[in-house]
Design a protein around this ligand. Structure first.
Ligand SMILES: [Zn+2]
Length: 373
């Protein structure tokens, strides 16, 4: 197979180097620095969205055609891998969601982002920090036998739960023993309860600052534990609505470079402008880029994709390699996936070309350019 050449400003682990990649059999076969490429597009590893409920009118919890549509819509925003993410729902509906994603995976479209499994946001969360999750479906881990959730396991990569609820720590141990990332969130934990959760095996933090006990100087909570533990990953929704951009550099200073994970937390309505939708049985209004539970100021997910999040982080003063790692290498590291997510020899050629304003020009999956704008 002849090598495909891609030139531009290559975004490597910690630097930007003008040069060319050669791609063979869907992998990066060689990297050749060349200053003549210094005016070319940026070339980044494909983005990875671990927390996304839908896009472009397609719902992760909908039918197989929704999963197809969502995967294709995400790819056009530079996302080459993702986890379809369920919201808090009755256990039977979650098992059905898990079965649907598993069944769909082998036939998922080659011109869409590739699902790496799926993510469950709930149902074992705190009613005190439910955010936009439907309280009717919140469950207590101590009252649900493990046999009842065995059907969720195959393909489950990340689960959000509150460590302080009854049975929470046991659930974290069980998930960790099964190779699933326990992500602390929708939680009113004290800093001590949060630390107990991380000690029990939790490795990540769901949308840092949102729907959690925070940086209250009299009552420090989950956000404090997450920011101060170097081993712990934190998700950030960088849409400017969920966390004020003034706080992003605080996160960047406190967290080691490999621990920040950009997520969209996007709603099915993302990309369609203003309107009303329902998620988890609750009505949500989208107005001017802000999604809230109808009739309230409670945020209910975003309407961005990771291309916007990347631009926003760079506009806030973070470096491009740092922001790109948060959108690609870091989420994969959390899942233990090492075959992609970096511009390096041997890596799978999932690539995004970006213009000077960091707009997506085209996207490659395994070396095939499949999403030109
Ligand atoms: Zn979410």
């Amino acid at each position: 197979m002849t090598a495909l050449l891609v030139g531009g400003r290559l975004i490597l682990d910690d630097s930007i180097v003008p040069g060319r990649l050669s791609i063979e059999d869907g992998r990066i076969a060689a990297i050749e620095p060349d200053d003549a490429e210094r005016d070319g597009p940026f070339v980044a590893p494909g983005f990875v969205d671990l927390h996304v409920h839908g896009w472009g009118g397609y719902d992760a919890m909908g039918a197989r055609t929704d999963l197809d549509g969502m995967a294709r819509a995400l790819l056009r925003h530079g996302v080459t891998s993702f986890l379809p993410t369920a919201v808090t729902a009755p256990l039977g509906a979650l098992v059905a969601f898990a079965e649907r994603v598993r069944d769909w995976l082998p036939d998922s479209p080659a011109d869409g982002a590739q699902a790496l499994g799926f993510n469950l946001e709930g149902p074992f969360i705190s009613p005190d920090r439910k955010g936009a999750q439907n309280p009717a479906f919140i469950a207590l881990p101590a009252t649900v036998p493990q046999a009842a959730i065995l059907g969720l396991l195959p393909g489950l990569r990340v689960m959000t739960l509150a460590p302080e609820v009854e049975g929470g720590l046991d659930l974290i141990r069980w998930l960790s023993a099964n190779g699933i990332v326990a992500s602390l969130g929708h939680s009113a934990a004290t800093v001590g309860q949060a630390r107990a959760g991380y000690s029990a095996g939790a490795r990540s933090t769901t949308h840092l600052f949102n729907a959690m006990s925070g940086v209250d100087h009299h009552a420090p909570g989950l956000a404090v534990a997450a920011l101060l533990d170097d081993a712990v990953f934190v998700e950030l929704i960088a849409d400017g609505q969920h966390v004020h951009p003034a706080l992003w550099p605080i996160v960047a200073r406190l967290k080691p470079a490999g621990r920040l994970v950009l997520v969209s937390d996007a709603l099915p309505l993302a990309g369609l402008g203003d309107g009303r939708t329902a998620i988890g049985g609750l009505e949500v209004d989208v107005l001017g880029g802000r999604a809230t539970l109808a009739g309230t100021h409670i945020l209910a997910g975003s309407v961005i994709a990771l291309d916007s999040a990347l631009r926003n982080l760079v506009e806030a003063g973070l470096t491009l390699p740092y922001a790109v790692a948060a959108a690609s290498r870091n989420p994969l590291a959390l899942l233990g996936i090492t075959d992609r997510g970096r511009i390096a020899v041997g890596q799978r050629a999932d690539l995004v070309e970006l213009d000077d304003r960091l707009g997506v020009v085209r996207v490659a999956r395994e070396g095939e350019w499949i999403a030109p704008r």
